[in-house]
Design a protein around this ligand. Structure first.
Ligand SMILES: Cc1cc2nc3c(=O)[nH]c(=O)nc-3n(C[C@H](O)[C@H](O)[C@H](O)COP(=O)(O)OP(=O)(O)OC[C@H]3O[C@@H](n4cnc5c(N)ncnc54)[C@H](O)[C@@H]3O)c2cc1C
Length: 417
């Protein structure tokens, strides 16, 4: 596959861009593969890429019922950070953040990772105590996170209203400077291109409808809308549909699927330098490179598979954004959408083996798995290749819901991403 470089761009400019190859192929499925991954989101595509690159396994199919990146990977607000509370979380999110830092070079694809800083606003003493606890835990673990006074926060984000009369007064903020954003579609496309380049088959418009098991209970392959496809190893990375797919193998997983919404404004000139989140008022905002304000809301409280979400949720979010940033009161909103998030009881992901031999699971990333994409994919590839979790993901296994060894990140991840 042609490498992107300044020379390639110059050469193609001279010949009306007729020499670019397709970024990935769309092959018909073979009868069997060594590994099948269900779900061509960033996590599934990334796992296929790392399986090929780091473990030498290339006879892989990534099977997607829609189009690649059309799930939550292409629907999220792209916030990236690693300042979670517990070591199990810090391990995987920091592993991911480090991969983000070199991902464009690794994939030879510009994923537009932008470490512009993620600021979490504190509105009361409880917020302040929680954030300081996070800051201390992060710094002890070698992860950057710092406390800011309201004045320091305003110097970083000049449009912040820190007046004492504000509806949601701000008494400080936590800032992770290495946090930021990336271009979500580019992440899916970059992984797809790099995986396909190594021989991985990406099969779109092909729904997995069943998981076939052998006499010993082991995985034999998947039933799909294009027929049966065999594999001794199947990895499920289907986000909001993970519990539906796992049910096909007779495995119940502790997940609730809830809609989560986002919306973008008309494009504005650059005015908003970083990501700002307010967990207390349920709103977060950044500005894309196109100039649109990217705004995220909270999850609907009911379970659903419709990619829309309730109007009252985004109304509440926009009320909060206008109170926090009165300057945006007259900005028009252009688009709104939803995605189905897979939420665990402790708001931490699940990655590990399952009771079914050959069936591996990566799910439960809920409202916050975009930031984990390269790290999760990298460790999921290790799990599938070796048959046991990497030490950085060893706390995330399914059996914590049996042993009670939960990783309660609700304060870090309930609405915050
Ligand atoms: C509105 C919104 C905002 C968010 N904001 C952030 C954020 O700012 N930061 C952050 O870190 N995270 C955020 N998230 C969460 C993040 O988007 C997800 O955790 C992450 O993208 C999950 O990636 P994935 O590859 O696991 O899932 P997906 O990208 O959803 O991929 C799963 C794929 O599986 C496919 N699939 C499902 N069932 C089947 C089947 N039976 N057969 C074949 N294919 C199937 C789906 O079609 C889908 O393409 C947000 C999510 C939403 C919805």
């Amino acid at each position: 596959m042609r490498k992107y470089s300044v020379f390639a761009i110059a050469r193609e400019a001279m010949r009306a861009h007729k020499g670019w190859e397709a970024q990935w192929t769309s092959p018909e499925p073979r009868g069997a593969y060594d590994v099948i991954i269900v779900g061509a989101g960033g996590h599934g595509l990334g796992a296929a890429y790392y399986l090929a690159k780091e473990h030498g396994i290339t006879n892989i199919a990534v099977i997607e019922k829609g189009w690649l990146g059309g799930g939550n990977t292409g629907r999220n607000t792209t916030i990236i950070r690693s300042n979670y509370l517990y070591e199990e979380s810090m391990d995987i999110y920091e592993h991911s953040l480090k991969l983000w830092e070199g991902l464009s070079q690794d994939l030879n694809y510009n994923v537009m990772y932008s470490p512009r800083g993620v600021m979490m606003l504190s509105h009361n003493i409880h917020d302040q105590q929680v954030f300081k606890r996070h800051i201390n835990a992060n710094r002890l673990y070698g992860i950057d996170n710092e406390w800011m006074t309201p004045e320091q926060a305003k110097a970083f984000v000049p449009v912040l209203d820190i007046s004492k009369t504000a509806r949601y007064p701000i008494n400080g903020a936590a800032l992770q400077r290495r946090g930021g954003t990336a271009r979500h579609d580019a992440v899916a496309w970059g992984f797809a291109r790099a995986a396909a380049d190594r021989g991985v088959h990406i099969i779109q418009n092909c729904e997995v409808t069943g998981i076939r098991r052998g006499p010993g209970g082991e995985v034999q392959g998947v039933e799909t809308s294009k027929g049966f496809i065999g594999a001794k190893k199947v990895g499920v990375s289907a986000a909001g549909h993970s519990s539906v797919v796992m049910e096909m193998a007779g495995v119940r997983v502790p997940l609730h699927s809830n809609p989560l919404q986002a919306l973008v404004s008309e494009p504005l000139k650059p005015i908003f330098p970083c990501v700002v989140m307010s967990n207390t008022v349920h709103a977060y905002i950044s500005q894309s490179d196109k100039g649109e304000l990217v705004i995220g809301a909270g999850t609907d409280q009911y379970n659903s598979y419709s990619q829309t979400g309730g109007l009252q949720i985004i109304t509440h979010t926009l009320d909060a954004i206008c109170e926090l940033f009165p300057i945006f009161r007259r900005v028009k909103m252009m688009r709104q959408w939803g995605g189905i998030t897979d939420n665990t009881p402790d708001r931490s992901p699940i990655q590990g083996i399952t009771p079914v031999p050959g069936l591996f699971l990566n799910c439960g990333w809920g409202t916050g798995g975009f930031k984990a994409t390269p790290g999760s994919a990298n460790l999921f590839a290790h799990l599938i290749a070796k048959g046991e979790p990497h030490k950085l993901a060893s706390g995330l296994t399914l059996d914590r819901f049996r042993t009670g060894r939960l990783i309660d990140e609700a304060a870090a991840a309930a609405v915050a991403h």
